[in-house]
Design a protein around this ligand. Structure first.
Ligand code: DUC
Ligand code: ZN
Ligand code: ZN
Length: 480
Protein backbone atom coordinates (compact mmCIF):
# COMPACT_ATOMS: atom_id res chain seq x y z
CA UNK A 1 0.00 0.00 0.00
CA UNK A 2 1.18 3.53 -0.83
CA UNK A 3 2.46 5.31 2.28
CA UNK A 4 -0.35 7.29 3.90
CA UNK A 5 0.21 10.93 4.81
CA UNK A 6 -2.96 11.24 6.87
CA UNK A 7 -5.36 8.77 8.40
CA UNK A 8 -8.77 9.74 9.76
CA UNK A 9 -9.24 6.91 12.19
CA UNK A 10 -12.30 5.15 13.50
CA UNK A 11 -14.99 7.60 12.41
CA UNK A 12 -18.45 6.81 11.16
CA UNK A 13 -18.08 7.53 7.47
CA UNK A 14 -21.23 8.74 5.77
CA UNK A 15 -21.85 9.07 2.04
CA UNK A 16 -25.03 9.53 0.03
CA UNK A 17 -25.11 5.74 -0.28
CA UNK A 18 -23.70 4.25 2.93
CA UNK A 19 -22.77 4.58 6.58
CA UNK A 20 -19.74 2.56 7.73
CA UNK A 21 -17.20 2.68 10.53
CA UNK A 22 -13.78 2.74 8.87
CA UNK A 23 -10.50 4.60 8.52
CA UNK A 24 -9.74 6.92 5.62
CA UNK A 25 -6.19 7.01 4.25
CA UNK A 26 -5.02 10.08 2.37
CA UNK A 27 -1.97 10.64 0.17
CA UNK A 28 -1.26 13.50 -2.17
CA UNK A 29 -4.52 15.18 -1.23
CA UNK A 30 -6.55 12.23 -2.46
CA UNK A 31 -8.33 9.38 -0.66
CA UNK A 32 -6.18 6.32 -1.30
CA UNK A 33 -7.48 3.82 1.25
CA UNK A 34 -10.68 2.97 3.08
CA UNK A 35 -10.56 0.16 5.59
CA UNK A 36 -10.14 -1.07 9.11
CA UNK A 37 -6.85 -0.70 10.99
CA UNK A 38 -5.00 1.22 8.28
CA UNK A 39 -1.24 1.64 8.94
CA UNK A 40 -0.14 4.64 10.97
CA UNK A 41 0.42 7.85 9.06
CA UNK A 42 2.44 11.00 9.72
CA UNK A 43 -0.78 12.78 10.64
CA UNK A 44 -3.45 10.93 12.58
CA UNK A 45 -6.93 12.34 13.17
CA UNK A 46 -8.95 10.52 15.80
CA UNK A 47 -12.57 10.47 14.66
CA UNK A 48 -13.92 7.89 17.11
CA UNK A 49 -17.47 8.84 18.03
CA UNK A 50 -17.57 11.42 15.25
CA UNK A 51 -19.21 11.50 11.83
CA UNK A 52 -17.01 11.81 8.75
CA UNK A 53 -18.89 13.34 5.85
CA UNK A 54 -18.07 14.62 2.38
CA UNK A 55 -17.05 18.27 2.69
CA UNK A 56 -19.97 20.49 1.90
CA UNK A 57 -20.31 22.03 -1.54
CA UNK A 58 -22.12 25.36 -1.51
CA UNK A 59 -23.18 25.86 -5.09
CA UNK A 60 -24.83 29.25 -4.58
CA UNK A 61 -23.09 31.91 -2.53
CA UNK A 62 -22.33 35.55 -3.19
CA UNK A 63 -18.81 36.41 -2.15
CA UNK A 64 -17.31 39.84 -2.67
CA UNK A 65 -19.92 40.48 -5.32
CA UNK A 66 -19.86 44.22 -5.84
CA UNK A 67 -22.82 46.11 -7.24
CA UNK A 68 -21.52 48.72 -9.65
CA UNK A 69 -22.53 52.26 -8.75
CA UNK A 70 -24.29 51.15 -5.57
CA UNK A 71 -23.64 52.24 -2.01
CA UNK A 72 -24.16 48.62 -0.92
CA UNK A 73 -20.83 46.90 -0.32
CA UNK A 74 -20.51 43.24 0.69
CA UNK A 75 -19.00 42.72 4.12
CA UNK A 76 -17.14 39.53 3.27
CA UNK A 77 -14.00 39.15 1.25
CA UNK A 78 -13.00 35.85 -0.30
CA UNK A 79 -10.84 35.30 2.76
CA UNK A 80 -13.55 35.87 5.36
CA UNK A 81 -16.32 34.26 3.34
CA UNK A 82 -14.47 31.06 2.57
CA UNK A 83 -13.00 30.90 6.08
CA UNK A 84 -16.51 30.93 7.48
CA UNK A 85 -17.51 28.31 4.90
CA UNK A 86 -14.71 26.03 6.13
CA UNK A 87 -15.67 26.50 9.79
CA UNK A 88 -19.14 25.38 8.78
CA UNK A 89 -17.88 22.22 7.07
CA UNK A 90 -17.98 23.49 3.49
CA UNK A 91 -14.93 22.69 1.38
CA UNK A 92 -15.91 24.01 -2.06
CA UNK A 93 -17.97 26.98 -3.13
CA UNK A 94 -19.44 28.04 -6.43
CA UNK A 95 -19.89 31.78 -6.35
CA UNK A 96 -20.47 34.33 -9.08
CA UNK A 97 -18.67 36.44 -11.59
CA UNK A 98 -21.06 39.41 -11.89
CA UNK A 99 -21.92 41.18 -15.11
CA UNK A 100 -22.85 44.83 -15.47
CA UNK A 101 -25.16 46.07 -18.21
CA UNK A 102 -23.25 47.85 -20.95
CA UNK A 103 -20.00 46.10 -20.05
CA UNK A 104 -18.14 43.08 -21.30
CA UNK A 105 -18.24 39.96 -19.13
CA UNK A 106 -14.67 38.70 -19.55
CA UNK A 107 -12.95 41.47 -17.55
CA UNK A 108 -15.30 40.75 -14.64
CA UNK A 109 -14.45 37.04 -14.78
CA UNK A 110 -10.77 37.91 -14.78
CA UNK A 111 -11.30 40.25 -11.82
CA UNK A 112 -13.09 37.51 -9.86
CA UNK A 113 -10.26 35.10 -10.52
CA UNK A 114 -7.96 37.71 -8.99
CA UNK A 115 -10.21 38.27 -5.96
CA UNK A 116 -10.65 34.55 -5.38
CA UNK A 117 -6.92 33.99 -5.08
CA UNK A 118 -7.55 34.71 -1.37
CA UNK A 119 -9.90 31.76 -1.07
CA UNK A 120 -9.38 29.22 1.70
CA UNK A 121 -11.50 26.48 0.09
CA UNK A 122 -11.75 25.39 -3.53
CA UNK A 123 -14.00 27.46 -5.75
CA UNK A 124 -15.64 27.83 -9.11
CA UNK A 125 -17.82 30.49 -10.74
CA UNK A 126 -21.25 30.81 -12.27
CA UNK A 127 -21.24 33.44 -15.01
CA UNK A 128 -23.99 36.00 -14.49
CA UNK A 129 -25.37 37.38 -17.75
CA UNK A 130 -27.38 40.59 -17.36
CA UNK A 131 -26.98 42.04 -20.84
CA UNK A 132 -26.94 39.35 -23.53
CA UNK A 133 -25.98 41.49 -26.50
CA UNK A 134 -24.47 39.65 -29.47
CA UNK A 135 -21.04 40.79 -28.26
CA UNK A 136 -21.60 39.43 -24.75
CA UNK A 137 -23.03 36.15 -26.07
CA UNK A 138 -19.91 35.85 -28.22
CA UNK A 139 -17.81 36.05 -25.05
CA UNK A 140 -19.47 32.97 -23.60
CA UNK A 141 -17.94 30.12 -25.68
CA UNK A 142 -14.32 30.76 -24.59
CA UNK A 143 -15.38 31.46 -20.98
CA UNK A 144 -17.35 28.21 -20.87
CA UNK A 145 -14.49 26.30 -22.51
CA UNK A 146 -12.20 27.66 -19.78
CA UNK A 147 -14.31 25.77 -17.21
CA UNK A 148 -17.03 28.27 -16.26
CA UNK A 149 -19.63 25.67 -17.06
CA UNK A 150 -22.74 27.38 -15.60
CA UNK A 151 -24.60 30.62 -16.25
CA UNK A 152 -27.03 32.49 -14.02
CA UNK A 153 -29.94 34.52 -15.32
CA UNK A 154 -32.34 36.72 -13.38
CA UNK A 155 -36.01 37.17 -14.27
CA UNK A 156 -36.30 40.07 -11.81
CA UNK A 157 -34.22 42.97 -10.36
CA UNK A 158 -33.83 46.15 -12.39
CA UNK A 159 -30.06 45.85 -12.78
CA UNK A 160 -29.96 42.23 -13.83
CA UNK A 161 -33.31 41.12 -15.22
CA UNK A 162 -33.63 39.56 -18.68
CA UNK A 163 -36.83 39.51 -20.71
CA UNK A 164 -38.02 36.24 -22.18
CA UNK A 165 -36.31 36.78 -25.55
CA UNK A 166 -33.03 37.39 -23.73
CA UNK A 167 -33.49 34.33 -21.51
CA UNK A 168 -34.07 32.24 -24.63
CA UNK A 169 -30.92 33.69 -26.22
CA UNK A 170 -28.87 32.69 -23.17
CA UNK A 171 -30.43 29.22 -22.99
CA UNK A 172 -29.63 28.70 -26.67
CA UNK A 173 -26.04 29.84 -26.26
CA UNK A 174 -25.66 27.57 -23.24
CA UNK A 175 -27.00 24.60 -25.17
CA UNK A 176 -24.73 25.27 -28.13
CA UNK A 177 -21.68 25.50 -25.90
CA UNK A 178 -22.38 22.84 -23.29
CA UNK A 179 -23.12 25.01 -20.30
CA UNK A 180 -25.69 24.58 -17.53
CA UNK A 181 -28.11 27.39 -16.58
CA UNK A 182 -29.37 28.53 -13.19
CA UNK A 183 -32.18 31.01 -12.66
CA UNK A 184 -33.67 33.44 -10.17
CA UNK A 185 -37.34 33.01 -11.06
CA UNK A 186 -39.81 35.71 -10.05
CA UNK A 187 -42.20 37.82 -12.14
CA UNK A 188 -40.62 41.26 -12.20
CA UNK A 189 -43.57 43.33 -13.44
CA UNK A 190 -45.91 41.88 -10.83
CA UNK A 191 -43.45 42.66 -8.02
CA UNK A 192 -42.87 46.19 -9.33
CA UNK A 193 -46.61 46.87 -9.51
CA UNK A 194 -47.28 45.48 -6.05
CA UNK A 195 -44.37 47.46 -4.65
CA UNK A 196 -45.66 50.73 -6.14
CA UNK A 197 -49.15 50.10 -4.74
CA UNK A 198 -47.83 49.19 -1.30
CA UNK A 199 -45.56 52.21 -1.15
CA UNK A 200 -48.34 54.53 -2.34
CA UNK A 201 -50.42 53.21 0.57
CA UNK A 202 -47.56 53.90 2.99
CA UNK A 203 -46.95 50.20 3.57
CA UNK A 204 -43.18 50.15 3.53
CA UNK A 205 -42.01 48.13 6.53
CA UNK A 206 -40.24 44.79 6.20
CA UNK A 207 -43.34 42.54 6.37
CA UNK A 208 -44.59 44.17 3.16
CA UNK A 209 -41.54 42.79 1.37
CA UNK A 210 -43.18 39.36 1.50
CA UNK A 211 -46.55 40.82 0.45
CA UNK A 212 -44.91 42.48 -2.57
CA UNK A 213 -43.65 39.16 -3.91
CA UNK A 214 -46.06 36.39 -2.97
CA UNK A 215 -45.68 32.73 -3.99
CA UNK A 216 -47.64 33.20 -7.19
CA UNK A 217 -44.95 35.47 -8.69
CA UNK A 218 -42.45 32.70 -8.04
CA UNK A 219 -44.78 30.04 -9.38
CA UNK A 220 -45.40 31.94 -12.61
CA UNK A 221 -41.74 32.64 -13.37
CA UNK A 222 -40.79 29.07 -12.47
CA UNK A 223 -43.45 27.77 -14.84
CA UNK A 224 -42.27 30.15 -17.57
CA UNK A 225 -38.58 29.25 -17.35
CA UNK A 226 -39.47 25.55 -17.30
CA UNK A 227 -41.43 26.13 -20.52
CA UNK A 228 -38.38 27.79 -22.09
CA UNK A 229 -36.11 25.00 -20.85
CA UNK A 230 -38.47 22.47 -22.44
CA UNK A 231 -38.72 24.41 -25.69
CA UNK A 232 -34.95 24.53 -26.12
CA UNK A 233 -34.21 21.21 -24.40
CA UNK A 234 -31.76 23.00 -22.10
CA UNK A 235 -31.29 21.63 -18.56
CA UNK A 236 -31.47 24.13 -15.72
CA UNK A 237 -31.64 24.56 -11.97
CA UNK A 238 -34.16 26.86 -10.31
CA UNK A 239 -32.37 28.65 -7.51
CA UNK A 240 -33.83 29.25 -4.04
CA UNK A 241 -37.24 27.62 -4.31
CA UNK A 242 -39.32 28.84 -1.38
CA UNK A 243 -42.92 27.69 -1.70
CA UNK A 244 -45.29 24.82 -2.35
CA UNK A 245 -46.47 26.48 -5.57
CA UNK A 246 -43.00 26.57 -7.18
CA UNK A 247 -42.31 23.02 -5.98
CA UNK A 248 -45.48 21.92 -7.73
CA UNK A 249 -44.32 23.42 -11.05
CA UNK A 250 -40.91 21.75 -10.75
CA UNK A 251 -42.45 18.43 -9.75
CA UNK A 252 -44.69 18.53 -12.83
CA UNK A 253 -41.74 19.34 -15.10
CA UNK A 254 -39.65 16.54 -13.65
CA UNK A 255 -42.60 14.14 -13.92
CA UNK A 256 -42.67 14.66 -17.67
CA UNK A 257 -38.98 13.89 -17.87
CA UNK A 258 -37.47 17.36 -18.06
CA UNK A 259 -34.01 18.02 -16.67
CA UNK A 260 -35.26 20.72 -14.34
CA UNK A 261 -33.44 20.71 -11.02
CA UNK A 262 -34.16 22.68 -7.88
CA UNK A 263 -32.40 24.20 -4.92
CA UNK A 264 -33.61 25.65 -1.66
CA UNK A 265 -31.73 27.28 1.22
CA UNK A 266 -31.71 26.99 5.03
CA UNK A 267 -33.51 30.31 5.47
CA UNK A 268 -36.52 28.92 3.60
CA UNK A 269 -36.44 25.74 5.69
CA UNK A 270 -36.14 27.39 9.09
CA UNK A 271 -37.61 30.92 9.03
CA UNK A 272 -41.08 32.16 8.17
CA UNK A 273 -42.32 35.60 7.15
CA UNK A 274 -42.79 36.24 10.88
CA UNK A 275 -39.04 36.98 10.97
CA UNK A 276 -39.80 40.16 8.99
CA UNK A 277 -42.19 41.40 11.65
CA UNK A 278 -39.78 42.69 14.28
CA UNK A 279 -39.58 45.94 16.24
CA UNK A 280 -37.96 48.92 14.58
CA UNK A 281 -35.94 48.09 11.49
CA UNK A 282 -34.88 44.62 12.73
CA UNK A 283 -37.11 42.86 10.21
CA UNK A 284 -34.73 44.05 7.46
CA UNK A 285 -32.31 41.36 8.63
CA UNK A 286 -34.67 38.78 7.15
CA UNK A 287 -35.31 40.53 3.83
CA UNK A 288 -34.26 38.12 1.12
CA UNK A 289 -35.66 37.25 -2.26
CA UNK A 290 -37.70 35.31 -2.94
CA UNK A 291 -39.27 36.18 0.40
CA UNK A 292 -39.70 34.05 3.49
CA UNK A 293 -42.99 32.13 3.51
CA UNK A 294 -45.19 30.15 5.92
CA UNK A 295 -44.84 26.90 7.87
CA UNK A 296 -46.85 25.02 5.20
CA UNK A 297 -44.18 26.01 2.67
CA UNK A 298 -41.40 24.83 4.95
CA UNK A 299 -43.19 21.50 5.23
CA UNK A 300 -43.59 21.34 1.44
CA UNK A 301 -39.87 22.05 0.93
CA UNK A 302 -38.82 19.26 3.29
CA UNK A 303 -41.21 16.91 1.51
CA UNK A 304 -39.71 17.96 -1.84
CA UNK A 305 -36.23 17.22 -0.48
CA UNK A 306 -37.34 13.77 0.69
CA UNK A 307 -38.94 13.12 -2.70
CA UNK A 308 -35.80 14.22 -4.57
CA UNK A 309 -37.64 17.08 -6.30
CA UNK A 310 -35.29 19.52 -4.56
CA UNK A 311 -31.81 18.01 -4.76
CA UNK A 312 -29.55 20.77 -3.46
CA UNK A 313 -29.57 23.03 -0.42
CA UNK A 314 -27.18 25.94 -0.79
CA UNK A 315 -26.73 29.00 1.40
CA UNK A 316 -27.37 31.89 -1.03
CA UNK A 317 -24.95 33.63 1.35
CA UNK A 318 -25.43 37.37 0.85
CA UNK A 319 -23.00 39.14 3.18
CA UNK A 320 -24.65 42.51 3.74
CA UNK A 321 -24.15 44.16 7.10
CA UNK A 322 -27.18 45.21 9.11
CA UNK A 323 -25.58 48.39 10.44
CA UNK A 324 -23.42 51.03 8.80
CA UNK A 325 -23.94 52.96 5.59
CA UNK A 326 -23.20 50.17 3.10
CA UNK A 327 -25.66 47.52 4.25
CA UNK A 328 -29.30 46.99 5.11
CA UNK A 329 -29.55 50.52 6.56
CA UNK A 330 -27.84 52.27 3.64
CA UNK A 331 -31.02 54.23 2.87
CA UNK A 332 -31.90 54.82 6.50
CA UNK A 333 -34.08 53.01 8.96
CA UNK A 334 -37.24 54.63 7.61
CA UNK A 335 -36.56 53.34 4.10
CA UNK A 336 -39.05 51.22 2.23
CA UNK A 337 -38.47 47.47 2.12
CA UNK A 338 -37.80 47.89 -1.62
CA UNK A 339 -34.62 49.86 -0.86
CA UNK A 340 -33.19 47.27 1.51
CA UNK A 341 -30.53 45.03 -0.03
CA UNK A 342 -31.70 41.46 -0.33
CA UNK A 343 -30.24 38.43 1.26
CA UNK A 344 -29.01 36.83 4.44
CA UNK A 345 -25.59 35.49 5.40
CA UNK A 346 -25.35 31.73 5.80
CA UNK A 347 -22.17 30.05 4.55
CA UNK A 348 -21.15 28.85 8.01
CA UNK A 349 -24.59 27.97 9.37
CA UNK A 350 -25.89 26.11 6.27
CA UNK A 351 -24.74 22.64 7.28
CA UNK A 352 -25.35 22.86 11.04
CA UNK A 353 -28.90 24.14 10.47
CA UNK A 354 -29.65 21.41 7.95
CA UNK A 355 -28.13 18.74 10.14
CA UNK A 356 -30.05 19.87 13.19
CA UNK A 357 -33.39 20.66 11.56
CA UNK A 358 -33.09 17.83 9.04
CA UNK A 359 -31.22 14.84 10.45
CA UNK A 360 -31.62 15.37 14.19
CA UNK A 361 -35.33 16.13 13.87
CA UNK A 362 -35.84 13.08 11.65
CA UNK A 363 -36.92 14.93 8.50
CA UNK A 364 -34.09 13.45 6.40
CA UNK A 365 -31.51 10.75 7.01
CA UNK A 366 -27.74 10.99 6.90
CA UNK A 367 -27.62 9.77 3.30
CA UNK A 368 -30.04 12.48 2.19
CA UNK A 369 -27.98 15.03 4.12
CA UNK A 370 -24.77 14.00 2.31
CA UNK A 371 -26.64 14.04 -0.99
CA UNK A 372 -28.18 17.51 -0.75
CA UNK A 373 -25.11 19.19 0.72
CA UNK A 374 -22.31 17.58 -1.28
CA UNK A 375 -22.97 14.75 -3.73
CA UNK A 376 -25.87 16.28 -5.64
CA UNK A 377 -24.31 19.73 -6.11
CA UNK A 378 -21.07 18.04 -7.19
CA UNK A 379 -22.94 16.04 -9.82
CA UNK A 380 -25.18 18.89 -10.92
CA UNK A 381 -22.31 21.34 -11.44
CA UNK A 382 -19.61 19.06 -12.83
CA UNK A 383 -17.36 18.66 -9.79
CA UNK A 384 -18.06 14.93 -9.50
CA UNK A 385 -16.24 12.51 -9.35
CA UNK A 386 -13.39 14.69 -8.15
CA UNK A 387 -15.54 16.01 -5.30
CA UNK A 388 -18.82 15.28 -3.55
CA UNK A 389 -18.31 11.95 -1.83
CA UNK A 390 -15.82 9.76 0.04
CA UNK A 391 -14.29 7.17 -2.25
CA UNK A 392 -10.86 6.07 -3.38
CA UNK A 393 -9.43 8.48 -5.93
CA UNK A 394 -11.54 11.47 -4.89
CA UNK A 395 -10.15 14.65 -3.38
CA UNK A 396 -9.93 14.25 0.40
CA UNK A 397 -12.52 16.98 1.03
CA UNK A 398 -13.99 15.96 4.33
CA UNK A 399 -15.99 17.44 7.19
CA UNK A 400 -15.67 15.78 10.58
CA UNK A 401 -18.72 16.30 12.77
CA UNK A 402 -19.58 16.05 16.40
CA UNK A 403 -23.21 15.00 15.96
CA UNK A 404 -24.01 15.54 19.63
CA UNK A 405 -22.53 19.02 20.08
CA UNK A 406 -25.23 21.49 20.99
CA UNK A 407 -24.70 25.13 20.28
CA UNK A 408 -26.69 28.32 20.39
CA UNK A 409 -25.89 30.21 17.20
CA UNK A 410 -24.21 33.51 18.04
CA UNK A 411 -22.91 35.87 15.40
CA UNK A 412 -19.95 36.73 17.62
CA UNK A 413 -18.73 33.14 17.19
CA UNK A 414 -19.10 32.95 13.41
CA UNK A 415 -16.20 33.67 11.08
CA UNK A 416 -17.86 35.76 8.40
CA UNK A 417 -17.40 39.53 8.45
CA UNK A 418 -21.12 40.25 8.57
CA UNK A 419 -22.45 41.96 11.70
CA UNK A 420 -25.46 39.70 12.20
CA UNK A 421 -26.95 36.30 11.55
CA UNK A 422 -30.68 35.78 11.11
CA UNK A 423 -30.29 32.64 13.24
CA UNK A 424 -29.03 34.42 16.37
CA UNK A 425 -29.99 32.42 19.46
CA UNK A 426 -31.21 29.36 17.57
CA UNK A 427 -30.12 26.13 19.24
CA UNK A 428 -28.69 23.44 16.99
CA UNK A 429 -27.39 19.95 17.57
CA UNK A 430 -24.38 18.84 15.51
CA UNK A 431 -21.46 20.98 14.41
CA UNK A 432 -18.38 20.31 12.24
CA UNK A 433 -15.15 20.12 14.26
CA UNK A 434 -12.72 19.87 11.33
CA UNK A 435 -12.67 20.41 7.58
CA UNK A 436 -10.10 19.01 5.17
CA UNK A 437 -9.58 20.27 1.64
CA UNK A 438 -7.46 17.96 -0.52
CA UNK A 439 -6.27 16.26 2.66
CA UNK A 440 -5.15 19.42 4.44
CA UNK A 441 -6.94 20.50 7.59
CA UNK A 442 -8.22 23.95 6.69
CA UNK A 443 -10.00 23.98 10.06
CA UNK A 444 -9.08 21.91 13.10
CA UNK A 445 -9.19 22.48 16.87
CA UNK A 446 -11.08 25.73 16.39
CA UNK A 447 -8.36 27.26 14.19
CA UNK A 448 -7.80 27.87 10.52
CA UNK A 449 -4.92 25.72 9.35
CA UNK A 450 -4.09 27.32 6.00
CA UNK A 451 -3.34 30.74 4.61
CA UNK A 452 -5.66 32.59 2.24
CA UNK A 453 -4.88 31.34 -1.24
CA UNK A 454 -4.92 27.68 -0.32
CA UNK A 455 -8.14 27.28 -2.28
CA UNK A 456 -7.88 26.33 -5.93
CA UNK A 457 -10.02 27.20 -8.93
CA UNK A 458 -12.13 24.27 -10.11
CA UNK A 459 -12.57 24.36 -13.88
CA UNK A 460 -15.49 22.22 -14.98
CA UNK A 461 -15.70 20.09 -18.13
CA UNK A 462 -18.97 18.93 -19.69
CA UNK A 463 -20.68 16.32 -17.49
CA UNK A 464 -23.73 14.04 -17.66
CA UNK A 465 -26.43 16.04 -15.85
CA UNK A 466 -25.91 19.13 -18.00
CA UNK A 467 -26.38 17.24 -21.27
CA UNK A 468 -29.64 17.96 -23.11
CA UNK A 469 -32.03 15.05 -23.58
CA UNK A 470 -32.32 15.43 -27.36
CA UNK A 471 -36.10 15.68 -26.96
CA UNK A 472 -38.02 18.66 -28.35
CA UNK A 473 -41.70 19.52 -27.94
CA UNK A 474 -42.21 19.61 -31.72
CA UNK A 475 -40.81 17.64 -34.65
CA UNK A 476 -38.43 20.55 -35.36
CA UNK A 477 -34.95 20.52 -33.82
CA UNK A 478 -33.98 24.21 -33.68
CA UNK A 479 -30.31 23.28 -33.13
CA UNK A 480 -29.90 20.86 -36.06
N1 DUC B 1 -31.66 37.12 -3.32
C1 DUC B 1 -30.92 37.07 -4.42
O1 DUC B 1 -31.46 36.96 -5.50
N2 DUC B 1 -29.60 37.11 -4.30
C2 DUC B 1 -28.92 37.30 -3.09
C3 DUC B 1 -29.73 37.15 -1.92
C4 DUC B 1 -31.18 37.18 -2.10
O2 DUC B 1 -31.92 37.22 -1.16
ZN1 ZN C 1 -31.39 34.97 -6.64
ZN1 ZN D 1 -28.31 34.38 -4.82
Amino acid sequence: MQELQTVIRGGTVVTAADTMVCDIGISGGVITALGKDLPRAAKEIDAAGLLVLPGGIDSHCHIEQYKKGSRIVPADTFESGTTSAAFGGTTSVICFAPHYKGSALTPSVEEYHRLATKSVVDYSFHLIVTDPTPAVLAELPPLIAAGHRSIKVFMTYEASRLDDAQVIAVLATARENQAFVTVHAENDAAIAWMTRRLEAAGKITAPYHAISKPPLVEREATHRIIMMSELLDQPLQVFHVTCAEAVEEIRRGQARGLKVFAETCPQYLTLTAAALDKPGFEGAKAICSPALREQADIDALWQAIRDGVIGVVSSDHAPTNYGGSAGKQAFGTDASFSKVPNGVPGLETRLPLLFSEGVVKGRIDLQQFAAITATNPAKLFGLYPRKGSIAIGMDADIAIWDPKATRRIANAELHHAVDYTPYEGMEVTGWPVAALVRGTAVVQDGKRGVDPGFGQFLPRDPYPLMQPRGVFPTSFNPFA
